[in-house]
Design a protein around this ligand. Structure first.
Ligand code: UD2
Ligand code: MN
Length: 299
């Protein structure tokens, strides 16, 4: 008979410390679960040893998509270097770097099982359009390529540095990240698109959280669906001469109202030091770099 832990059917019997009290993985100062039963990932709520073992057994490969168009290639070196130290340590990783300047992609030494893939794409004159077109490009590459190469996609901004562990605890079918400015805010203050004419419109009495445009992901299939819907919504608006207030972030927020994420990342995963370092943050894992907008945007 197939009894748990008999050792005969399973190649490997877990070595996780069974004496550990699971009640330790709980925090009372933060929301740990949404009303639709999606965990919200905060330091102190999970055991990375158990998670790492589960994902290693599946030999999961994670794709990290990042765009460095025009001057934004200056961010790649720090981004990749810090990702090598903190992103999915011990797992297989493909970095997908979308750029119009492949010659400016730095050669950063990579650990075993990790690859850089440079994807040459066009640029656009306006930074807003560059940011928004990420949806279209991630969508088309998901279908052509990512689906054959990785299980999960993690889609992030490039003007960032990793500052602490970002591991498999983030992975789920569909995940978004609480925007650092709004994680403690009321629905009324969320900066959703409020013009009913826009496809990104969210009515005042809807919406759960305000998510950041700079960190989302999921299985390739779920990211494919998300980016398809967001890109289509943008194109409908564009034909009417509308661009949502926070570009791709607005369309992402609209999507998450109706297709709720199965996991949510706390602002540990997307922080901005302009907001200080509140007590609630036990780790700051991914940090916005200060940038001089005049010098870097539209260049
Ligand atoms: C941390 C975070 O949540 N950031 C979001 C926020 O803006 P940010 O002010 O952080 O936007 P940003 O200037 O970082 O642009 C978004 C991203 O587009 C890429 N890029 C942009 C311009 C350019 O010339 N070259 C280039 O490569 C690059 O990967 C960059 O990180 O709002 C944007 C839309 O308004 C996006 O939703 C961002 O994801
Ligand atoms: Mn950014």
């Amino acid at each position: 008979t197939l009894t748990h832990g008999s050792g005969s059917v399973f190649l490997y019997v877990g070595k996780c410390d069974s004496k550990e009290n699971f009640l330790f993985h709980r925090r009372s100062d933060v929301l740990m679960m949404t009303p639709w039963f999606a965990p919200i990932v905060w330091e102190g709520t999970y055991n990375s040893e158990i998670l790492n073992e589960q994902f290693r057994r599946r030999n999961v490969t994670v794709g990290l998509t990042v765009f460095a168009i025009k001057k934004y290639t200056v961010f790649l070196n720090k981004f990749l270097e810090t990702a090598e130290t903190y992103f999915m340590v011990g797992h297989r990783v493909n970095y997908y770097i979308f750029t119009d300047r492949p010659e400016e992609v730095p050669k950063v030494p990579l650990k075993e099982g990790r690859n850089v893939v440079v994807l040459q794409v066009q640029n656009y004159p306006r930074w807003q359009e560059i940011s928004m077109r990420r949806m279209e490009l991630i969508n088309s590459f998901s279908q052509q390529r990512f689906i054959n190469e990785v299980s999960y996609l993690v889609c992030v901004d490039v003007d960032m540095r990793f500052n602490d562990q970002v591991g498999v605890e983030i992975l789920s079918n569909l995940f978004g990240t609480l925007h650092p400015h709004f994680y403690a805010a009321e629905r009324q203050s969320f900066t959703y698109e409020r013009r009913p004419a826009s496809q990104a419109y969210v009515p005042r009495d809807e919406g759960d959280f305000y998510y950041a445009g700079g960190f989302f992901g999921g299985t390739v299939m779920e990211v494919y669906k998300l980016t398809k819907k967001c890109h289509e919504a943008m194109m409908v608006d564009k034909a009417k001469g509308i661009e949502a207030i926070w570009q791709d972030e607005s369309y992402l927020n609209k999507y998450f109202v109706y297709y709720k994420p199965t996991k949510i990342l706390s602002p540990e995963y997307l922080w901005d030091d302009d907001l200080g370092r509140p007590e609630i943050l036990k780790k700051i894992r991914f940090l916005a770099l200060p940038k001089n907008h005049a010098a870097i945007r539209n260049k």
